[in-house]
Design a protein around this ligand. Sequence first.
Ligand code: DC
Length: 214
Amino acid sequence: MGFVVAIDGPAGSGKGTLAARLGAALGLPVFDSGLLYRAVAAAVLAAGWNPDDEAACVKAARGLDPRVLADPALRSAAMGEAASRVAVHPAVRHVLIDIQRSFAAREPGAVVDGRDIGTVILKDAQAKIFITASPEARAARRWAQLRGQGEHALYDEILADIRRRDARDEARTAAPLKPAPDAVLLDTTDLSIDAAFDAARRIVEAARARSGQA
Ligand code: DC
C-alpha cells in the first residue's frame, strides 16, 4: 500500500481544502468521499425518490456513474443536507466502500477525506487527522464559500444546517462521525487556512517518519 492520509471531520471544518493542499504538497491524488453521498442523493432526488428510503438509495448507489462526481451542482448546501440523510443507511455505505478503498489502494497512495475514513474505510491509513472547528466558525466559512459560488445563503440558516448535520452524522449507528483512536485532533477554529495547513502537514510528516516512508 502507498502512503494514505485519512482526514475526517464535520461539515465546514475545512477538511476539503486541507485535503486538496496536502495532496498537492505530497504529490498524492485526493478523494472527497462526501461527493459519493452527494451524488447518490442527487440521483435519488432526480428520480423523485425519498432520501430516507434505504432501498431507493441503494439502487441509486449501485448505479452510480463516477463521472458525475465532477458536477459542481453536488456542492450545494441542499445536496449536503440530502447526502447526510442518504448516508444514514448502512446498506448505502456498504455499496460505497469498494470505490473508496480501491482509490486509496493505488500507488503512490492518496489523501481521502470524509466522516469515517480513519474509523471504517481506511483503518490502516498511515496518517489520520480529525479536524474540528466550532459550529460558528464553520458556519462563517461555509457562508463565505457559498457566496463565492454565487449561492446567497443566510448565516443563521447555515449554522442551523451545520448543527442538524453534526447531530445526524454523529448520532447514526452506521459509521458515525467520530475520531479514530489513533487520529490526531486538529482544531482549526482560530487558525487561518495557512496555519491549519502547516499544522496538518506537520502531523502528516510525523506520521510519514513513523511509517518509514520518509
Ligand atoms: O463532506 P460533505 O459535506 O461533502 O458530506 C456530505 C454528507 O455525506 C455528510 O453530511 C455525511 C455524509 N458523508 C458520510 O457519511 N461519510 C463520508 N465519508 C463522507 C460524507
